[in-house]
Design a protein around this ligand. Structure first.
Ligand code: RIB
Ligand code: CA
Length: 294
């Protein structure tokens, strides 16, 4: 059965690989790209999402989401990792497609039938749904989050970027009934993919290789996306996760308790990196063939 899939995203080099993977995978039916501020400002993540939708030759609707975190402080950006334009300087033709509003598009997609949401950026949009449109949020069949870590962070010693960017949103989502699956740094840091794995032979693999920037890169978002395609790639365990919001030094840390009698999510603890790479490589090659069909 095909999974109806919404991607909530801040493209972003690994977000872009995740979007390519979704486009190439018959197991998922991409219903929407909904953007959020994160790696780069929301104007740029939205332009990137629209341009990527054009690249994958899809009529998937694109909506613009939150421009910053719930708390109102300016969110962090990750231009050092993703480049000023969010795609490591790769220039895609600017899209002219109509951009919708996030909550409207969530309502439109989820009220026609339940769907899985892959949240691969800060969780501001999801928290807004939980708070202001709970009947829509409750129609999210499965929420898969790239976020957090059972070990260490990548922005501070304790905090992973997507959680760090909006800890209050992450806490709101974890305190809801959504019972998400968290794909965290403890496994995504091991999901390394680079040019040696993905020969550039066409539209998709050329973009992917540009985004790898000549080295093995941690496929945070594309692993979370791969989990929506094949959950057997990742072993998960129930846990109660609390997000640190108050202690400034560890703000954004995910405190993971695997022994809690009241778990609020599933946490990824092991990943089959070889099978993940095989999936990603084969799907990117298939996308080349699909896009470059002469
Ligand atoms: O920590 C990794 C996450 O932060 C990924 O989603 C990456 O795109 C950045 O947003
Ligand atoms: Ca991301």
């Amino acid at each position: 059965v095909t999974t109806r899939l919404i991607i909530d995203t801040d493209p972003g080099i690994d977000d872009a690989v995740a979007i390519l993977l979704a486009a190439a995978s018959p197991e998922v039916s991409l219903q929407a790209l909904i953007t959020v501020a994160g790696n780069v400002p929301v104007t740029q993540t939205t332009a990137n999402a629209a341009a990527l939708a054009d690249l994958i030759d899809s009529d998937v609707p694109v909506a613009r989401g939150a421009a910053g975190p719930l708390c109102g402080r300016p969110g962090p950006h990750a231009t050092a990792v993703h480049g000023q334009n969010g795609l490591a300087g790769y220039t895609l033709p600017a899209s002219h497609r109509n951009i919708l509003e996030a909550n409207d598009l969530y309502r439109q997609i989820l009220h026609s039938a339940p769907a899985t949401v892959a949240a691969i950026g800060p969780l501001t949009n999801i928290a807004n749904l939980v708070t202001h449109a709970p009947s829509t949020a409750n129609r999210i069949e499965h929420l898969v989050i790239m976020g957090g870590s059972t070990t260490h962070g990548n922005v501070t010693a304790d905090a992973e970027f997507n959680i760090y960017a909006d800890p209050e949103a992450a806490a709101c989502v974890l305190n809801s009934q959504l019972y998400p699956t968290l794909i965290g740094l403890n496994i995504t840091e091991r999901a390394l993919v680079g040019p040696s794995h993905v020969p550039a032979r066409g539209t998709a693999t050329e973009l992917a290789n540009h985004l790898f920037q000549g080295r093995n890169t941690q496929q945070h978002d594309s692993l979370a996306l791969a989990y929506t395609i094949d959950p057997s790639l990742v072993k998960t365990l129930p846990a109660r996760v609390r997000v640190e919001c108050d202690d400034e030094r560890s703000r954004g840390k995910t405190h993971v308790d695997f022994h809690s009698p009241s778990p609020n999510c599933l946490v990824g603890v092991e990943v089959d990196v070889v099978r993940f790479r095989e999936l990603l490589l084969s799907r990117l090659a298939a996308l080349d063939a699909q896009l470059d069909r002469t």
